[in-house]
Ligand binder design. Structure first.
Ligand code: AMP
Length: 285
């Protein structure tokens, strides 16, 4: 088994990766913000399976937080994360500080046309979030220059926007989207789940159940009726529904008639026990 090496500096990472690239090795890259769980590990495992060398980054990017208190309380667990990454045999963890990532300051945004993908759903509820995501992923890709980039379907809008960035800027990197890893209850794995009480964690399986029901009902109801049913199912004294929507998987816009779309996705954001949870399910592709 490979011993995972933790690297903090851009210069050192590029020096080791350049040697691998010069000998024709392929590089797979998984960006994360740490507080790792099995969902993250499935991305890294896929990178291991498909590349000669695998790199993951652990960097809590300040520019994508729309609420400062979320940044301050974000868990920093590099030691435990390193032990988990080691179990997969990832070759390198890149764990930079802010100066390594943003040597010229944090206010340098990436000029790219996102076709409005960043304005809906999470973008509408978290102002500036995707500008920060695009900024950090662009910078990390510039540093690592991988062949393959691994991201999770869990953040549907995020990978869609990053694919748009890769296309618009003609970056020669292949984005691999990995399925949502779930707990036994069906709840999508997330570092936020740790903040749920035992009761709320059990209750939160209602999110996946509602998405599954939407899929089963898709051919039998109108979009409006489907959404009404789902909203009712997600309305409890202990939930606070932020949005549930049925969208076109390419444009991310709400759809009115399912016959007019061939890629249909249900997306949801709901608060349970003071924790904001997101999930999604492809209803038709
Ligand atoms: P984060 O550290 O939360 O920014 O996530 C890093 C990457 O892991 C992103 O590409 C996420 O979409 C992905 N990810 C997070 N949770 C899951 C999950 N439950 N299943 C699959 N991928 C996930």
């Amino acid at each position: 088994m490979v011993t995972t090496q933790v690297i903090h500096s851009v210069a050192e990472l590029q020096s080791v990766l350049n040697k691998h690239k010069a000998s024709g090795k392929t590089i797979g890259f998984t960006p994360t913000m740490g507080a790792l769980h099995n969902g993250h590990l499935t991305l890294m495992q896929q990178s291991k399976n498909e590349n000669d060398i695998s790199v993951c980054s652990i960097y809590v990017n300040p520019t994508q937080f729309d609420k400062k208190e979320d940044l301050v309380t974000y868990p920093m667990t590099l030691e435990a994360d390193t032990a988990l990454v080691q179990t997969i045999g990832v070759d390198y963890i890149f764990a930079p500080n802010n100066t390594e990532v943003y040597p010229n300051g944090m206010d340098q945004s990436v000029e790219v046309d996102l076709n409005g993908l960043d304005e809906v759903l999470e973008g509408a509820h978290r102002p500036g979030h995707f500008a920060g995501v695009v900024q950090v992923v662009h910078r990390l890709l510039d540093i690592v220059q991988p062949h393959h980039l691994y991201m999770g379907q869990k953040d549907f809008q995020q990978f869609t926007i990053i694919q748009q960035m890769l296309d618009a800027l003609e970056m020669p990197i292949d984005l691999v989207v990995c399925p949502i890893a779930r707990e036994d209850s069906g709840l999508a794995r997330s570092s936020r789940n740790e903040r749920l009480s035992t009761l709320d964690r059990a209750r939160a399986c209602i999110i996946n159940q509602t998405l599954q029901e939407l899929k089963e009902d898709l051919n039998n109801y109108s979009i409006q009726a489907l959404l009404k049913k789902a909203e009712e199912r997600l309305t409890w004294s202990w939930t606070n529904l932020e949005y549930i929507d049925i969208i076109d998987g390419k444009t991310l816009l709400s759809i009115a008639k399912q016959e007019e779309h061939d890629y249909i996705v249900a997306v949801v954001a709901v608060w349970i026990g003071g924790v904001r949870l997101i999930d999604n399910l492809v209803l038709r592709r």
